[in-house]
Ligand binder design. Sequence first.
Ligand SMILES: [Zn+2]
Length: 268
Amino acid sequence: MLLYLFVFLLGIVFGSFLNVVILRLPEGQSIVYPGSHCPKCGQKLRWWHNIPLLSWLLLKGKCAYCQESISVQYPLVELGTGALFVGIFSFEPNIYGIVSAVVFALLLALALIDLRYKAVPDSLNLTAALLALLSSPNIINNLKNALLVAGALAMLRFLVSYYVSKKEQLRLQKRIQKAPWLIHFYPRFIMIEAMGEGDVIVGFALGAMLGIQKTILAIFLAALLALPASLYFRMRRGEAELPFIPFLVLGALVAYISGDRIWEIAGV
Ligand SMILES: [Zn+2]
């Protein structure tokens, strides 16, 4: 019991670090300097303003200096990371469970950044990918699985990009045949990139941590979740591009927690 409390606290502290990462990394700011400060009034925070979860509750969600409200995202990310740590650790109550929890927490931070910015910082993504290699004792096997998934995704990305680009090129050629002067306005080569590069790196992490079978399940679940969301976004908001990493991470969580059972039910 005490061990689980320790793991929970560890998760909360890590979540507090992730808050800084989520806020600063996409803006290209350092995550160590300057120290924590109120984003509204810029006042430097004292250590007792900065205790994960507790300070937000004691300050009732307001800055101690300017009384501006502090986003509920901070305690939520901290609490969520704490719960995530306990959840993953209960499946794997050893050091590898802690490593997996850290990888999942980094991936969730990545998902939040992807939702907001539609792009993810490579530094965070690569950190998760390399750590994932240490998520179980057989590192060589983890690396093998990681390379297989990353390679397959990279190949898929090339294929889809090639197809989409060729289609666009044919469309433009037809236009140019009708109106030859348009040739000056169109690019000579068309390269449309389907899928983000970030997805390939996330695939590497998932392959290393989940193994091939569960990663396939994770990708399948992600596609299943992304499809209705993509239709919704296209119709309601007119946005064509939907970040995929959040779905991938959700699918991975489900595959990690209940992958074995799902395969059993499927009879594979
Ligand atoms: Zn303030």
